[in-house]
Design a protein. Structure first.
Length: 277
């Protein structure tokens, strides 16, 4: 069933488990993610990010993701991640996405609040949820240890109250992409933010964290965890290994789906969402 981010994260926050967002760029990946959710009876968030649109357009993805989400027996949020432009965000909403993440975290605080509040109004016209971001979760070629890019607890509360976002992504030491070294997570900061912010919290840059890191983050207030690199690499490995064994495209497609499904199920069990759907 297609639901909003607000609906899924309300239960996750109350019962202290995490729900994964698994970004996809193909039908094979989507089948793997939703197959995992069905098998484990887990709520799930599936979607894409604006930076991934060169690999599959919003229209192409919506063509199969919307009916697949509606047909599912578990709650499915269709999410547009890291929306950078109003044009693409509105396109996603019009195509049936039930949640959007508006990313202006690198702008000034005042502009981030103003644009965040405006996007809440626009998404509300479509009955969709909005995720904001405060602080900056960079890429792994950027510094993830500079305290200036971490989320400040008091500011996070102010941001959530003034924008009305349904979820807030926070910066506590993670980074997007594959980690070159073990990240240093500020769990104390996360716990402080969770105590002061009325909205569910989101962890970006989840791929590559240890099982213990994930469990620690969920225990201290994270309700949504973003994953792409891990399932993307699982898909690539399956394609490589099966091609090396002489498999053709049709067999490789099935193996990609299975590899993504297994990696997604692994994450769902760690996050504690299995059996919650």
């Amino acid at each position: 069933m297609l639901v909003t981010l607000r609906e899924v994260l309300k239960d996750a926050r109350e019962k202290k488990y995490g729900v994964g967002l698994f970004n996809t760029v193909s039908l094979e990946m989507a089948k793997g993610v939703l197959g995992a959710a069905e098998e484990l009876k887990s709520p799930v968030i599936i979607g894409t990010a604006e930076v991934l649109l060169p690999y599959a357009s919003l229209e192409e993805l919506a063509y199969f993701l919307v009916p697949m989400a509606k047909k599912a027996s578990v709650p499915v949020v269709l999410h547009f991640d890291h929306g950078l432009t109003d044009t693409k965000i509105v396109e996603a909403l019009r195509l049936g996405f039930s949640s959007i993440m508006y990313d202006c975290s690198t702008d000034t605080y005042a502009h981030n609040i103003a644009r965040g509040a405006q996007m809440v109004k626009i998404a509300g016209m479509f009955g969709a949820s909005v995720e904001g971001e405060l602080g900056h979760v960079g890429a792994n070629d950027e510094s993830a240890g500079d305290d200036s890019i971490y989320t400040e607890p008091d500011q996070a509360r102010d941001f959530a109250l003034r924008t009305g976002v349904d979820a807030l992504a926070v910066a506590i030491g993670t980074a997007h992409g594959a980690y070159k070294e073990k990240p240093k997570l500020d769990i104390g900061r996360l716990a402080q933010i969770a105590e002061t912010v009325p909205a569910p919290l989101v962890l970006h840059g989840g791929s590559g964290l240890s099982d213990e890191d994930f469990k620690n983050c969920v225990a201290n207030g994270i309700s949504k965890i973003n994953i792409f690199t891990d399932i993307n690499c699982a898909a690539a490995k399956a394609a490589h290994d099966n091609y090396s064994q002489g498999c053709g495209l049709t067999d490789i497609q099935n193996q990609i789906t299975e590899a993504v499904k297994q990696e997604t199920m692994k994450k769902m069990r760690i996050f504690g969402s299995a059996g919650r759907g």
